[in-house]
Write a protein that binds this ligand. Structure first.
Ligand code: NAD
Length: 484
């Protein structure tokens, strides 16, 4: 079985304390992973500190950017290897892994090289009180050693959202992938090494959160900033730890995202969007739609047609032809999602479709599959409507007018993404302006230009990721003003 080690100062470091990495499509172990202890994490941070003192710390921006382009090329060259690992770790259908998980990750390294060249320096001509001129210019310094702590749902892409701007801004990184999906971060280490990224610039520590690599990393005072994606409660714990020493945090957290479907919407366009937003990646997308509000005139038809869509979703393992939905990522996660569905029924919800475990009659029965699930009839206060489930589930509820649906859709402590479907563009803009979320999609879902920033409001995050905002996060800026 494959052994996954930590990657520190260009060396593979085994600790002897291992845990299994499981393929969620059949429940079989595919690798053993060496868990980093406090000393391992300290060694990784020290390696990153040393890299900042070495040639990397002095490398001109243009040369750093050349390395980022090479990383992108090399990820694409090793696309099949990355796709295989990501499919086996997450269970995602292969075309999605290829186009989104890895394809977009490679793109981010190129994008941040481009943006760093454009963005890292600014200058201003200044009028002075004596009628003369001054020149003000900025320079960005890297923060130093930064940590990239990633979740399991889209491992490589979400890691790249941190590592690419961190390196473009000149930092050294200690990456901690999720314990559930440890391998794409490890393969990225091979990529870094093969394109000549200096040792210590990108390090990987493996392990869990509490009393493990995650916590040791957040307690280490050598780390100057944390870019984290994961659950809101974990984000709060990281923020508390980072408060010691006033280290910076950027937190992309959970969501409980609404979709609003007005009666004039074209269901032929809405339904493919709903299928994606409710069921793609088995609902394990922070932007997934778990609350759907449909104008009453369209409600019955929508429930009926989305049910037909849910029934038709092809469930299976990543490399099966035509598969649209893989398993949930782990046994523990399936138990959590199943419990949420059972609770919804106890709370008075109608299980319109799903909730069950599909039977295949082969090794997939040992995997962690679940049916796409549609629930109706719950009160707004129900757990199913208020708390993130992170599975292929949605609750559908009718509404009668615009004010009512705005109140319903914003009745959540989260604020990550909202989707609005209407052919009335004025209505769409009016409602969009009142959504308390960082991302709002009008007549589409998950259409994203990676240059655009995104942020979570409320329990969904602190700070802004993506776009030039990530370069800002990973930099300390200074302004020099020169009287001419
Ligand atoms: P998680 O919070 O359990 O774990 C995320 C990472 O943090 C893992 O690497 C984990 O080992 C580590 N960790 C856990 N506890 C820690 C601690 N105390 N200190 C330091 N590190 C710790 O999240 P998850 O279950 O891996 O991912 C699912 C969550 O991520 C969902 O809530 C989802 O909405 C969220 N998410 C958000 C976005 C976004 O952009 N807003 C994107 C994807 C996923």
């Amino acid at each position: 079985m494959q052994e996954v080690a930590n990657f520190i100062q260009g060396q593979w470091v085994k600790t002897g304390a291992t845990f299994d990495n499981i393929n969620p499509a059949n429940g079989k172990p595919v690798a053993v992973v060496h868990e980093a202890n406090a000393e391992t994490v300290h060694a990784a941070v020290s390696a990153a500190q040393a890299a900042m003192q070495g040639p990397w710390g002095k490398m001109p921006l243009a040369k750093r950017c050349q390395l980022l382009y090479k990383i992108a090329d090399e990820i694409e060259r090793r696309m099949d290897d990355f796709v295989a690992l990501e499919c086996e770790d997450v269970g995602v259908p292969e075309p999605v892994a290829r186009a989104v998980f890895i394809g977009r990750a490679a793109h981010l390294f190129r994008l941040y090289a481009d943006q760093a060249k454009e963005h890292m320096e600014r200058s201003y001509s200044v009028d002075t009180p004596d009628g003369g001129k001054a020149l003000a210019y900025t320079f960005h310094r890297p923060k130093g050693v930064v940590a990239a702590i990633a979740p399991w749902n889209v491992p490589m892409l979400l890691l790249a959202f941190k590592v690419a701007p961190a390196l473009a801004a000149g930092n050294a990184v200690v990456a901690k992938p999720s314990e559930v999906t440890p391998r794409s971060a490890t393969l990225l280490a091979e990529v870094m090494q093969s394109v000549g990224v200096p040792d210590g610039v990108y390090n990987v520590v493996q392990g869990f959160g509490r009393d493990s690599a995650g916590e040791y990393l957040t307690q280490h005072q050598g780390v100057m900033a944390y870019s984290f994606t994961g659950e809101s409660t974990t984000g709060a714990a990281i923020m508390r730890a980072a408060a010691t020493g006033l280290r910076d945090v950027s937190l992309e957290l959970g969501g409980k995202n609404p979709a609003i479907i007005f009666a004039d919407a074209n269901l032929d366009a809405v339904l493919p969007g709903s299928q994606m937003s409710c069921f793609s990646n088995t609902g394990q997308i922070c932007f997934a739609t778990e609350r759907t509000y449909v104008e009453r005139a369209l409600y019955d038809e929508y429930v009926e047609r989305l049910t037909a869509v849910a029934q038709s979703v092809k469930i299976g393992a990543p490399f099966e032809a035509g598969v649209q939905m893989g398993p949930l990522v782990s046994q523990a996660h399936r138990e959590k999602v199943s419990a949420a569905i059972e609770r919804a029924v106890k709370d008075g919800g109608e299980l319109v479709y799903g909730g069950g475990i599909p039977e295949f009659g082969d090794e997939r029965d040992q995997g962690f599959f679940i049916q796409p699930t549609i629930v109706t009839g719950l009160p707004e206060t129900a757990d199913f409507v208020q708390h993130e489930i992170f599975g292929p589930v949605t609750h559908i509820q009718p509404f009668d007018d615009e004010d009512e649906v705005i109140a319903l859709a914003t009745n959540t402590a989260y604020g990550l993404a909202s989707t609005i479907w209407t052919q009335n563009i004025s209505c769409g803009h009016r409602v969009a302006a009142q959504m308390q979320s960082g991302l709002i999609w009008l007549n589409c879902w998950q259409l994203r230009d990676l240059r655009a920033p995104f942020s979570g409001h409320g329990l969904s995050g602190v700070g802004t990721q993506g776009g030039t905002e990530s370069l800002e996060f990973f930099s300390d800026v200074s302004t020099v003003t020169l009287k001419l």
